[in-house]
Design a protein around this ligand. Sequence first.
Ligand code: KIV
Length: 272
Amino acid sequence: MSANMAVKRLTAPKIRAMKGGEPVVALTAYTAAMASMLDDHCDILLVGDSVGMVFYGYDSTLPVTLDMMIAHGAAVVRGSRKAMIVIDMPFGSYEESPQVAFRNAARILAETGAGAVKLEGGVHMADTIFFLTKRGIPVMAHVGLTPQSVNAFGGYAARGMAEGEYQRIIDDAVAVDQAGAFSTVIEGVADTMGGEITEKVGNITIGIGASKACDGQVLVTDDMLGMFPRTARFVKRYADLGTIIADAAKSFAEDVRERRFPSEEHTYKRKK
Ligand code: KIV
């Protein structure tokens, strides 16, 4: 590839500069193959800790480890060339102190080549976000429905329906913006909140169940492809790959049982 053809990856400052312009497009990816299919169409590929539920079959994101995020993150970097890669910090890898968060975030960036980390939390994580960003680690924050707090919330219901909580989530988004997060995911909140936060903050808001008033949108790719049975109200299904895959497996099984596969074209001939 000549130098002219080399594609420059999007970076945190470039994403940040999209405020007020074209909406930012983000999807999750966990593998190199999926990353290569999504890369041309996305500004951000998020290696979400949803990998724990979608890929590994856990009930929540809590069992996901730093090593899992690094392995999937490195695969997504290898499979893409244009999108900015953001990797989730898993539960337990950043909450203890800014120093612990720095050590683990530095490992993620050094061992994967990704452009930023994402962590869940608002006001109470602002010091950590400040600490990381001042030391060269771009941070995407995540407020509203934060899945790593499922035990504290008691489930995955939308947040901010009551007045007090509504204001607390807005305060969270303002705090992480002021702490230096280049972007904030707003997940599963009352519909007016996405727009209110987007007007108040200088960083890029990425909605998932937070209305089209956000600066950008993200979905879990497997959800929008119809590959994961349980989905939230905010998911739009753009394909039904689950059915396509099951139908293909059924056809394969019938061919094998009827001895139709492999046929001549799928076998190797010895040269005479
Ligand atoms: O883990 C994840 O995939 C996420 C998205 C839902 C934003 O955090």
